[in-house]
Ligand binder design. Structure first.
Ligand code: HEC
Ligand code: HEC
Length: 217
């Protein structure tokens, strides 16, 4: 019994490097974020507010710290990340909570016994980004050659590199434009880097390709 407890303790300690995250606390904090990003972290106003649900935890932590330090400049986000509002502990909790939310990309199949509320709750979670037009073959070729090392083949990201799939297209485009203009650093090793080498049409093609990836989730 003792040994099992120790093993569990060790597992918990090493699963989350150095700290425990409190998902309940994260959920509480989310009440202040929900006004813009939605209660399920699904974002809103067609991408004016990005989706946060299912985004990578360490990426969320980094972005919240970047808003707080104003290395990523955004007026609406700034007040919500000030030290008094969002200390490091809270950043960990809210990031863990948001990262844990799964939003399905397929409509649910209802059981006869499901009542109206169950049906509504299941339907509300579904998040499907509409396809956009573009040269899919070109988008795929660029994406698979230039983006997968960080954002992964399926667009789900890895480690601190964000998930792109399932995110609003116009939000992603706005970020690409900021990167190209040098107003948001894309990747620390290559500021301004990879995205500056493409034509506008290529960016559109990449975005179109990304919208096809969610069907495979
Ligand atoms: C008043 C509206 C508003 C509120 C409230 C708000 N945000 Fe935001 N948030 C935004 C906007 C707008 C953006 C997009 C910024 C951009 O386009 O660069 C954003 C972006 C973000 C991003 C970056 C997403 C990405 O993919 O890079 C994160 C993370 C985030 N918000 C977390 C939060 C958290 C956590 C809270 C609550 C503590 C919160 N926000 C509250 C408006 C808001
Ligand atoms: C070497 C790693 C790397 C490569 C390769 C890379 N990215 Fe990124 N990408 C990042 C990092 C790191 C971030 C987060 C930057 C930050 O902190 O603001 C990011 C963020 C993004 C975002 C914003 C996501 C959000 O939620 O705000 C978009 C859009 C994006 N990348 C598109 C691309 C595309 C398209 C390609 C290929 C042409 C690409 N990236 C290649 C590392 C990379």
């Amino acid at each position: 019994m003792k040994l099992r407890f120790l093993t569990l303790l060790l597992a918990l300690t090493f699963a989350s490097p150095g700290y425990a995250r409190d998902l309940e606390k994260g959920k509480e904090i989310n009440a202040t974020c929900a006004g813009c990003h939605g209660e399920l972290g699904q974002g809103g106003s067609r991408g004016e507010y990005p989706r946060l649900a299912g985004q990578r935890e360490s990426y969320l932590v980094n972005q919240l710290k970047a808003f707080r330090a104003r290395t990523r400049v955004n007026i609406p986000m700034y007040p919500y990340t000030q030290e008094r509002e969002l200390p490091d502990e809270d950043i960990k909790d809210i990031a863990a909570y948001l990262a844990s939310i799964e939003l399905p990309t397929k409509w649910p199949v209802f059981k006869e016994s499901d009542d109206a509320l169950t049906r509504l709750t299941l339907t509300e979670r579904v998040m499907i980004i509409p396809r956009v037009t573009g040269d899919l073959a070109n988008g795929e070729a660029i994406y698979q050659k230039k983006c997968v090392t960080c954002h992964a083949k399926n667009g789900m990201g890895r480690g601190m590199f964000p998930m792109l799939v399932g995110q609003y297209t116009n939000y992603l485009k706005r970020q690409m434009d900021l990167y190209v203009k040098g107003e948001r650093p894309h990747d620390e090793e290559a500021v301004g880097g990879v995205l500056n080498s493409f034509k506008e049409a290529d960016l559109q093609d990449i975005l179109a390709y990304i919208t096809t990836l969610q069907d495979q989730q």
